[in-house]
Design a protein around this ligand. Structure first.
Ligand code: 0X9
Ligand code: ZN
Ligand code: ZN
Length: 305
């Protein structure tokens, strides 16, 4: 069964998405933004008080890279914490009254399922590549942002294969189509990865600074200090190219260049002791501290509309 303090497989997460939305009809609605390559439904939850008017929104996805299991756990935690603290936590109540969170708990569902059944360290999608026996594309090299120019490979056997063209992956296309359609209301794009304890913002496909660099930097500083306030977990922050490595085709840079200013990539715990194999005992503290950073960014966004 479903447990917020354990890693849940795709079937359990899918059932959870359906049941938590039907149990909270005033706060959650659910839609499928498309199917994956292998035909699984990409469930998107809209979390926010239903007011009858159009609200600004934060889009957040988890599970881009299949083996980063703490990240779907965080998206599930976020949804549960949102509905259970609405009406008691003043900050969450204000956020859900004034905005919506679009939450995609698992982006790369086929890859995630593969890590449960075949190969725990799988990263990419599970699509076939023509002319190669190697499977999958790195979805975070597959977006139209300096596509395949740096930090990405054109070899289908590479873990950072950029795909045959931007949005060659149906999962990328489904996400990009949803964001393009809702671009006027989406004020922030958050994409959750692991591991390394970083909060990254554009650019990663080039060294040049984003037009909003100083504001992105100061919001990142605020968010990481909120995160650290709970258990002392230290996060580094800065533009992706200089803080982690140059890498083109990421969804954060793509969203930013589309006009979504507050575009951030989280790299959750840890710094390498367990890496992708983060023990289940760290799910709760990781999620609780990350909540503070996400709430900080969202509160900044609502104050600065
Ligand atoms: O390389 C990535 O896609 C991310 N790191 S991970 O270890 N989770 O694979 C970092 C992404 C930073 N943003 C861009 N490169 N656009
Ligand atoms: Zn990742
Ligand atoms: Zn909590």
């Amino acid at each position: 069964g479903h447990d917020y303090m354990k890693y849940n497989n795709w079937e359990t997460i899918n059932d959870w998405a359906i049941s938590i939305s039907s149990a909270n009809p005033d706060l959650i609605s659910r839609q499928v933004i498309g199917n994956t390559y292998e035909g699984r439904p990409m469930q998107l939850l809209t979390v926010g008080k239903k007011t009858g008017s159009v609200k600004p929104a934060v889009f957040m996805d988890c599970g881009f890279h299949a083996r980063e299991w703490i990240t779907p756990a965080f998206c599930q935690w976020f949804v549960q914490e949102a509905v259970s603290t609405y009406g008691s936590d003043a900050e969450m109540t204000n956020l859900l009254d004034k905005m919506d969170f679009f939450v995609l708990p698992v982006f790369n569902i086929d890859g995630y399922e593969y890590t449960w059944t075949r190969d725990r360290m799988w990263r990419k999608t599970r699509s076939k590549n023509s002319g190669s026996s190697c499977v999958g594309t790195d979805p975070n090299r597959n977006f139209d942002a300096g596509w395949c120019t740096v930090g990405a490979s054109s070899n289908p056997c590479s873990d950072t294969y950029c795909g045959s063209r931007p949005e060659s992956e149906i999962e990328s296309k489904n996400l990009a189509n949803f964001i393009r359609t809702n671009k006027s209301i989406i004020k922030s794009y958050l994409t959750v990865h692991s591991y390394s304890q970083l909060l990254l913002f554009p650019y990663s496909y080039k060294y040049g600074l984003a037009a909003d660099h100083s504001e992105l930097l100061s919001v990142a500083q605020g968010a990481t200090s909120a995160l650290r306030s709970l258990y002392g977990t230290k996060y580094q922050y800065g533009p992706g190219a200089v803080t982690i490595y140059p890498a083109a085709g990421g969804s954060d840079d793509w969203a930013y260049d589309l006009g979504i200013k507050y575009a951030y990539t989280f790299e959750l715990r840890d710094t390498g002791r367990y890496g992708f194999l983060l023990p289940e005992s760290e799910i709760k503290p990781t999620c609780e501290e990350t909540m503070l950073a996400v709430k900080y960014i969202a509160s900044y966004v609502v104050k600065n509309l």
